[in-house]
Each structure stands twice: as structure tokens, then as C-alpha cells.
Design a protein around this ligand. Structure first.
Ligand SMILES: *[C@@H]1O[C@H](CO)[C@@H](O)[C@H](O)[C@H]1NC(C)=O
Ligand SMILES: *[C@@H]1O[C@H](CO)[C@@H](O)[C@H](O)[C@H]1NC(C)=O
Ligand SMILES: *[C@@H]1O[C@H](CO)[C@@H](O)[C@H](O)[C@H]1NC(C)=O
Ligand SMILES: *[C@@H]1O[C@H](CO)[C@@H](O)[C@H](O)[C@H]1NC(C)=O
Ligand SMILES: *[C@@H]1O[C@H](CO)[C@@H](O)[C@H](O)[C@H]1NC(C)=O
Ligand SMILES: *[C@@H]1O[C@H](CO)[C@@H](O)[C@H](O)[C@H]1NC(C)=O
Ligand SMILES: *[C@@H]1O[C@H](CO)[C@@H](O)[C@H](O)[C@H]1NC(C)=O
Length: 895
């Protein structure tokens, strides 16, 4: 190890003896760890971003933390840990925070800012001065209720750490009661070379799913250069809806009701499009609008009626009345759209009055009416007073149908459009001036294209403080969510009733849920329904506030503020104040308004030199009086043995002892989108494999289902992975359910891991990491890093990243390896070395692997590559078929 750098990140006792090792040239301010942990419980996502940064200089330095979160989310926690102290962000009323902030600014002492806005994301920025050779940990938590749009929920995780990070990972865990119907991972991390670093697993029960993204530092550099990753991981999924009455859950005095029936027929619609063709629409905008309208017209159903008006200073109807969407009529309408040219002013008032008139003069039984306004500017012609236009629109519509307002670009008075839409049971949406504007328009139309119910009223007995319970229309692909407080302490079951009008009939759905039922959620999420309720209530109060006046407005605002403060949400009414170690320095985070131009106020932060201290000196001080075992370093801490922490699955391989094959599940991978068969095919009369207790089951990830095979349980040594090109090998001793000893060799280094500890050694160094330590313990050297977190040892050696998990089953404690990353084009051997297993399913419970047909049994295996060890579905085949070799080809005599 000619040029090795030793970096010890230790929380807990440290004993070491290191001969002087020259430092490798590295970043002065280094983000050595960047984690994003997302947990979704019944659509409610709680996300934690943790960034750990070291100042490796002999002087203090300003360290920045900048992350992006979805606009729809509320930040709920922020903390900085520095020099053993924690600094928590405090949520305050916006005005109060502002005062504090401007005081600090007027003293010229500190910097404000902390938020800006993009199309789907908001930015959170802060910075802190870190002393020489010191570290800081930033931790930001944000929460979001995932909204169902066009038949799916979308969890977007943005990561841009600004440099390649040795310990980078994104862990997502989704827990849904009604079963996940599909799971798909997208986003631009997929298109880069990194796609193999993304894995997803769905449990046999299909109620739980994991998505993990573990690129190595080398891969981050290879794909994205010195600035590291910059992009999104996009997870889309939906749940099964076998119950038409919806999904009702109660927990700790709160309930949530998800309602999205699928058994109703589409209601024919009367839709009127009001399209702004004022001068400002000229050019690309009008062209994109034309493209979108042509597509939208194409998608109308034959039993829909439609109207089309363009407006500038005056209104030009295609036809004065609604017409049926027949082929002929559509043809004519398209010709009209094609001749649309932009000129003149913007008479929104007249356009709206005209549109309402068109709809109301053609009443039709069993239909749903929709008015859609598209504009790119302020009203400039006719009635220009927005208050007047709003009241005119409200009076004309009279609550009979919804009005949707689409604001094209940033020259629109979006507040006005939003207020007007909200007053009329609709929503406003901004259409961004971009090459995909036509797709945005079509996307919006698709959301409202299929009305399934109108006048939906949801009732709950024994509950109060309900979120919105009446909805003008319910569209296919969306979902109604109602949450509330259970007020009756004696209530045993909560009862719901939904009344709505479907195509030709009135429909009623009833449901009840036992309040005493326990839902299986993580302890950290035991109040998730309460938080979900607060989140939804605040969102709705903020919208309501826009349309109210006087005392009612103030009351709604106060209510929203109180809840934001209580639940520590950063909303438009609150701000988060972060007081930094350098006493007077504060940062304030505001939630930006939709479309608000980025306001950046920056005053360079005061750099307080806390005095340079040598890192070596620090270590040496700790060494005084400590136990020194020859040339070894041991990191010890309290060992605890509860459940496991990290997640893991490579798209290759795993092993698992035999489990009773009575549950179903499918594994999902990156590019494929699969629907889970509602009745999984289960072969009958297949010969059962030998006695379950005496086999260890191995799992190979493959499509469409995983492949698994058994090996006899016993004490012998196996070659797990050999990559000769990078001099990496991993061997292990099998025993019982898993492994007792795993040895990793990399160049001249060796890492020997038992169920007690891990010992690292090379020519110069000898270190020990003990399982079960809390906090963040690591060894970082030149091209390798080892991180230990509780029951997970995360090892990167060059381009290979493996994770060793410590599992406990009954009284048995064993190790489990999971390969997370292999070099591209690696020619690897060993039982974990098979990178790509292709097979085809054949009838009669057979599969074809490498041109060989074999009998297979549809069964399940425990996937120990994930800390949660879920049961997953797999095709059980003979060892020889799965690995194209005999067991003896993989056994070795020495670790
Ligand atoms: C910091 O290190 C540089 C050389 O690396 C040295 O010139 C400088 O004097 C040091 N500063 C302090 C405050 O020790
Ligand atoms: C609703 O959408 C789903 C697919 O997203 C489709 O299968 C179903 O037929 C639609 N229902 C109606 C009534 O159009
Ligand atoms: C509704 O919420 C408010 C404020 O959170 C609370 O004061 C009130 O007691 C709640 N009402 C009921 C009926 O629980
Ligand atoms: C549906 O209920 C409303 C009142 O709730 C009633 O006026 C209407 O006639 C009913 N429609 C049908 C089709 O039963
Ligand atoms: C992620 O968060 C969940 C819930 O807060 C927690 O149980 C889990 O341990 C975290 N996972 C990691 C890898 O930090
Ligand atoms: C692997 O090891 C062999 C012999 O120990 C050595 O000659 C070779 O250079 C090494 N390769 C790499 C990539 O380190
Ligand atoms: C682990 O520790 C236990 C008790 O401390 C000891 O009996 C056992 O031999 C150790 N195992 C290994 C592999 O070192």
C-alpha cells in the first residue's frame, strides 16, 4: 500500500496504533457519506437525507448542504451535528422567523436564503463553518402524501451530492396493506451506466417492496465526472383495489380512507375547451396548444359532447353549441384547431361566460360537465378586474360542474387562476414553457378524461375534524383520500358511507374498520396517520384560505399555522430557523410559492476560526491510556441484537434456507414493468425436494421470476465470488442456515468477517470492526471503504461492492452476503458470480435454461440479501441447471 490514506470515522471508543501512512491527495472538504432513506407507509412517505462531511484542512471551512425535494412535500425536521452537538432547526411563524433573519442580516453577520424552486423540485440550502479536521452531519426530513395520478403513485428521489461519494446509497421501503400491483423504477440514474446499481424486490406477500441504489464511488465518477451524481430515482407503483368501498385504516385515534372504486362505468362528458389565442400565445405556445388539442380531440369518446372556443379580445366559437364527438364533428373541429392563430388581447371573462352558457344550455341526463380554460396571460380586454371575473364565473357556474384553469408559462396571474379554479371545484395547473408543453396539456386532460362518479359525499360516524369530504367528480386513475380524528372514545369500529352518482344510478359504498385492530407499521411511523391527517388538513386549509374572505380567511389561516407549528411542517405560513454553532448565525428556510422567481439573498457567512487542530493529535490524545493490541485497531461499542438495518439485493443472486412454499411474490427489476397475476399460477403434483431442514436455498434474481436451488446443509467452504481482473475474491464457510465466516481478499488486503467481528489486515494495517455498534464506523483507504452500521457491513473494493448482513433466526446467528455492484464486463466466477441468468418459462412447470429443459417447482425462498429477509417467489431448479456446474466446482479447501 504505497499511497494509502487512513481515515477513521469512529463514534465510540477507538484504539489504534498506526505507523505513519502518507495521505493521498483528496478533497479538502469531502462528503464521505450520503444516504437517502425513504419509507412509504400507505402512500405517506417520510424521507431522510443524511450527508456527512469532513473538513480535512488545517483551517476552518464553510461546508454547504444543498438538496432538492419534491414541491409537494413539507420539510419536517432538520438537524446538524457538529463537534458532538446537535443543532435542530426550529419551525416558527414566518414573520417571526423573518424578523430574526433580518436582524441577523442587518448586523451583517449571516446569510439567509434557503429555498428556491424548479419545475417539480424545491431546493434546501444551508451552510455551516466547520473547524479544522472536524466533521458535520446534516439530516433533513421531509414528508409527502403520494398522490395517485393516471393510475399510479410516484415517489421521486433526487440526489445530487456534488461529488462522488464513497458511501452513497438510497434505500426505499414501501409498505402497503392492499398489495402492490406493480412497481417500476425509472429516472435518469437508470439510463446511465448506473442502472445495474438499482435493484428492487417485492415480497411474496406483495405488501412490501424494497428499492436500493448502491453505486460505488468509481461508478459515480465514471458516469458523471468529478461532480458526481445528479438526477432522480423515480419509483412508480400502484396498489390492488379488490374492495370497491376503498381502504380504511385507523391508528392511534386517527383514520385514513382511500377511495378509488373500479367497478363503475365511464360517465359520458360534456367538455368545453376555452383556448387563449391572444398575441402572447404566438409562436411555440400556440403551436404546442394546437398539437395537444388535436390529440385530445382524438381521444374523446363517441358519447362525449364537446365545445371549442378560442378567445382574444373577443370570443370565437367553433360552433355555438355542444356537439357529439362523432368522426365528422371531430374532423371539423380539428380543421378549426389547425387554423387557430394568435392575435389580440385576453378577454377571460367573456370566454368563461360563453363557455358556461354552452354547457348549461345543453343539459344532459347522466353526464358529467367539465370546463377547461387555457390562458397564458392576465385579462387585458373586456372585464379586467380579476375579483369581478371570479365572482361572475362563480355565479354562472353555480357549483354545477368543475372549472379547470391551465396557466401557460410564467406571465399568468397564477393566483387568480388558482383561486378561480378552487372556487369552482377544480384545480389550476401550470403548463411550463418547454418542449413538452403539449404533453403536459394532454397529461392534464387525461387526468380528467374519464369521470366515474359525480357528487361524491363521504360520511364517517364517530369522527371529526375531517379533511374534505365532498368531491364534485371522481376520475379514473385518481384517488380520493379522507382523513380525520376519531372522537368517540368508546367507538369499537369506525363506519363509513360513500354516496355518489354513477352513470345512471345513485351508488352507495359502506365499510367499517375495527379501531382496535393493530396495523403493522415501523415504530417510527406509528403516528403516520395523524401526520398524514395534519399534512392533508394543512394543504386543504391553505387552498381554502385563498378563496375565503374576512374572519373565515383568518380562521383558516390560523388553523393551518397552528397545525404547521405543531407538526413542524415548513409551509407557506412557517419557516425553519437554523441557528448555527457560531452563535448569531442563522439560516431561515421558507417554502416558496408555486412559480415564485428564485429569491436569492446571500451575504457571505462569517467564518469563525475555531482554531486549527491536528487530526493526528486528536487520535493520539484518545490513544493515551487505551488498550493497544499490537498493530490492531478495534472499534468497539455496545452490541445489541435486534433487527437488521440495511437493505440489500443485487440483481444477481442470493441464498436462502427452505421456507414453506405457501406464499407468492414476484421480483421486479429496473426496466421491466410487470403486473402481478391476480391468481399466480401454482403447479400441482410436482415432486417435493428433500427434507427442508437439510438444505440451504440459494436465490438467483432473474426475470420474470427468481430462480432458486438447494444445496445440502453442512460444514464446507464455498467460492462466492472471484473477479481476477481486479484481484477480488470472496469465499465463505457454510454452516446451518447461512455462513459463519466470510473471507474477502483484495490485492494484498484481507477482510475476515465472523458473526462476532470483522478483521481487516494488509501489509501495514490491522483493524477490527465489531458487529452491533450503533453510529457510523468505517475504514476508508485508497480504493476501498468499509462501513459498519449495526448489522450491516458495506464493503467497496475497487469496483466491487458487497454487503454482509448479520441475521438471526431462532438461536442461530449467521452471515449473508449480497453483491451490490460488479465491474462492467466483469468475468466473474463463484456462486455469486453469475451476472445474467436467462431462462424461459415453459408449460407444465418447466423452465428452459441454456437450451436445457428442466422441471421446476414454483416455491418461495427467504431473501437474506435484505435486512428484512422477506419471502420471495422463485422457480426451484436443480443446482446443476442453475449454476451450470457441479457443487464440487464451487467448493474450496481454504478461505
Ligand atoms: C496548514 O498547512 C499548511 C501546509 O499544508 C501550512 O503551510 C500552514 O501553515 C498550516 N496552517 C496552520 C494554521 O497550521
Ligand atoms: C380505468 O383505467 C384503467 C387503466 O388505467 C382501465 O383498465 C379501466 O378500464 C378504466 N376504467 C374505465 C371505466 O374506463
Ligand atoms: C379538532 O382539532 C382541533 C385543533 O386541532 C381541536 O382543538 C379539536 O378538539 C378537534 N376537534 C375534535 C372534535 O376533536
Ligand atoms: C339520486 O339521489 C337524488 C337525491 O339524493 C335523487 O334526487 C335522484 O333522483 C336519484 N337518482 C336516481 C337515478 O336514483
Ligand atoms: C430507514 O428509515 C426507517 C424508518 O425510519 C428505519 O427503520 C431504517 O432503519 C432506516 N434504514 C436505514 C438504512 O437507515
Ligand atoms: C493481481 O495480482 C497479481 C499477482 O498477485 C498481480 O501481478 C497483478 O498485477 C494484480 N492485478 C491487479 C489489477 O492488481
Ligand atoms: C464469538 O464469540 C463467542 C463468545 O464471545 C465465542 O465463543 C466464539 O468462539 C466467537 N466466534 C468466533 C468465530 O470468533
Amino acid at each position: 500500500m504505497a499511497h494509502a490514506t487512513i481515515l477513521l470515522t469512529v463514534f465510540g471508543a477507538l484504539f489504534l496504533c498506526v505507523t505513519s501512512v502518507p495521505f493521498k491527495k483528496q478533497r479538502d472538504v469531502d462528503i464521505y457519506s450520503f444516504h437517502i432513506n425513504s419509507t412509504v407507509t400507505s402512500r405517506y412517505a417520510i424521507n431522510v437525507i443524511t450527508s456527512r462531511v469532513a473538513n480535512r484542512l488545517n483551517e476552518s471551512k464553510v461546508v454547504h448542504f444543498e438538496v432538492k425535494i419534491p414541491k409537494n412535500a413539507f420539510i419536517s425536521k432538520f438537524k446538524m451535528m457538529i463537534e458532538g452537538k446537535t443543532y435542530d432547526g426550529i419551525v416558527k411563524q414566518k414573520e417571526e422567523a423573518e424578523q430574526q433573519y433580518s436582524q441577523a442580516v442587518s448586523r451583517g453577520e449571516s446569510a439567509g436564503i434557503v429555498s428556491s424552486v424548479g419545475r417539480t423540485l424545491e431546493e434546501f440550502k444551508t451552510s455551516v463553518t466547520v473547524a479544522a479536521f472536524s466533521k458535520v452531519t446534516f439530516e433533513l426530513t421531509y414528508e409527502e402524501l403520494l398522490k395517485r395520478r393516471l393510475g399510479k403513485y410516484e415517489l421521486r428521489i433526487h440526489a445530487q451530492p456534488m461529488q462522488p461519494v464513497a458511501d452513497f446509497k438510497i434505500d426505499v421501503y414501501i409498505n402497503e396493506q392492499p398489495d402492490i400491483s406493480f412497481l417500476e423504477v425509472k429516472g435518469n440514474f437508470k439510463t446511465q451506466e448506473l442502472s445495474s446499481a438499482v435493484t428492487s424486490t417485492l415480497a411474496d406477500s406483495t405488501k412490501e417492496a424494497w428499492v436500493n441504489f448502491y453505486p460505488t464511488r468509481e461508478q459515480q465518477t465514471q458516469c458523471c465526472g468529478e461532480n458526481g451524481l445528479n438526477g432522480d430515482l423515480l419509483i412508480e407503483y400502484d396498489v390492488k383495489r379488490s374492495e370497491q368501498k376503498g381502504e380504511l385504516q385507523a391508528l392511534n385515534g386517527y383514520f385514513v380512507h382511500y377511495f378509488a372504486p373500479t367497478d363503475t362505468q365511464q360517465i359520458p362528458k360534456n367538455v368545453v375547451f376555452l383556448i387563449d389565442r391572444s398575441g402572447s400565445m404566438r409562436g411555440t405556445k400556440i403551436h404546442q396548444t394546437r398539437m395537444a388539442m388535436l390529440k385530445i380531440l382524438q381521444d374523446l369518446s363517441e358519447d362525449d359532447y364537446f365545445g371549442l372556443s378560442t378567445f382574444d379580445s373577443s370570443v370565437h366559437d367553433w360552433k355555438p353549441e355542444l356537439l357529439q364527438a362523432t368522426k365528422k364533428n371531430l374532423q371539423e373541429a380539428k380543421a378549426f384547431v389547425n387554423t387557430m392563430v394568435a392575435r389580440g388581447g385576453t378577454n377571460i371573462n367573456q370566454a368563461l361566460q360563453n363557455g358556461v352558457e354552452m354547457i348549461t344550455s345543453h343539459p344532459r341526463q347522466g353526464s358529467a360537465s367539465i370546463l377547461i380554460l387555457l390562458t397564458d396571460g392576465d385579462p387585458t380586454s373586456g372585464e379586467t378586474n380579476t375579483m369581478k371575473i371570479r365572482s361572475n364565473a362563480k355565479e354562472a357556474i353555480g357549483g354545477k360542474f368543475p372549472l379547470y384553469c391551465l396557466g401557460f408559462g410564467f406571465d399568468v396571474n397564477f393566483d387568480f387562476l388558482k383561486e378561480m379554479a378552487l372556487e369552482n371545484d377544480g384545480v389550476a395547473r401550470r403548463i411550463y414553457e418547454d418542449s413538452d408543453a403539449d404533453l403536459q396539456l394532454q397529461g392534464f386532460y387525461e387526468e380528467v378524461a374519464t369521470p366515474l362518479l359525480t357528487d361524491v359525499q363521504l360520511n364517517y360516524i364517530g369522527a371529526a375534524n375531517l379533511t374534505q369530504t365532498t368531491f364534485k367528480q371522481f376520475y379514473n386513475g385518481s384517488e380520493i383520500v379522507v382523513a380525520g380524528q376519531i372522537t368517540d372514545n368508546n367507538l369499537e369500529t369506525l363506519q363509513t358511507e360513500v354516496i355518489a352518482i354513477s352513470k345512471d344510478t345513485n351508488v352507495t359504498y359502506q365499510d367499517s374498520v375495527s379501531i382496535k385492530d393493530v396495523i403493522d407499521v415501523l415504530p417510527q411511523h406509528e403516528n403516520f396517520i395523524q401526520r398524514l391527517w395534519a399534512y392533508l388538513t394543512v394543504k386543504q386549509l391553505l387552498e381554502k384560505e385563498m378563496t375565503l374572505k374576512g374572519d373565515e380567511k383568518e380562521a383558516a389561516k390560523k388553523n393551518a399555522l397552528d397545525l404547521s407549528l405543531k407538526y413542524e411542517f415548513v409551509t407557506p405560513l412557517t419557516s425553519m430557523v437554523v441557528t448555527k454553532p457560531q452563535e448569531e448565525e442563522i439560516h431561515v428556510a421558507h417554502k416558496p410559492k408555486e412559480g415564485e422567481k428564485q429569491k436569492i439573498q446571500r451575504i457571505s457567512a462569517k467564518i469563525t476560526d475555531l482554531g486549527a487542530r491536528s487530526g493526528y493529535q486528536k487520535i493520539n490524545n484518545r490513544l493515551q491510556g487505551s488498550k493497544v493490541e499490537g498493530r490492531s485497531i478495534s472499534l468497539s461499542g455496545s452490541a445489541d441484537s435486534h433487527s437488521f438495518v440495511s437493505h440489500g439485493i443485487h440483481n444477481l443472486f442470493a441464498m436462502a434456507p427452505v421456507e414453506a412454499p405457501n406464499r407468492f411474490g414476484v421480483e421486479y427489476f429496473l426496466t421491466e414493468r410487470l403486473r402481478i397475476p391476480s391468481q399466480p399460477h401454482r403447479p400441482k403434483n410436482v415432486p417435493i425436494t428433500p427434507h427442508p431442514g437439510h438444505q440451504t436455498r440459494f436465490l438467483i434474481s432473474a426475470q420474470p421470476k427468481a430462480i432458486c436451488y438447494d444445496v445440502p446443509t453442512g460444514h464446507y467452504k464455498l467460492r462466492l465470488l472471484l473477479d481476477s481482473s481486479s484481484n477480488f475474491s470472496m469465499n465463505a464457510e457454510l454452516s446451518g442456515n447461512g455462513f459463519q465466516l466470510i473471507a474477502i481478499h483484495y490485492k494484498t488486503a484481507k477482510l475476515l468477517t465472523s458473526t462476532n467481528e470483522s478483521v481487516y489486515s494488509d501489509e501495514k494495517l490491522n483493524m477490527k470492526l465489531v458487529w452491533g455498534q450503533s453510529g457510523h464506523n468505517s475504514i476508508e483507504l485508497d480504493s476501498m471503504s468499509i462501513f459498519l452500521r449495526d448489522k450491516v457491513l458495506d464493503i467497496t473494493m475497487g469496483s466491487v461492492r458487497v454487503v454482509l448482513l448479520l441475521h438471526k433466526k431462532g438461536n442461530e446467528v449467521f452471515l449473508w452476503p449480497s453483491v451490490r455492484q460488479l465491474p462492467k464486463d466483469a468475468n466473474t466466477q463463484g456462486i455469486l458470480g453469475k451476472t445474467d441468468l436467462q431462462y424461459t418459462e415453459l408449460p407444465d412447470s418447466k423452465v428452459k435454461i441454456m437450451d436445457q429443459e428442466v422441471l421446476a417447482q414454483l416455491t418461495s425462498a427467504i431473501d437474506y440479501r435484505l435486512p428484512a429477509a422477506p419471502s420471495v417467489q422463485c422457480w426451484l431448479v436443480p443446482f446443476q441447471s442453475a449454476l451450470q456446474g457441479e457443487l464440487s466446482d464451487f467448493t474450496i479447501s481454504q478461505l
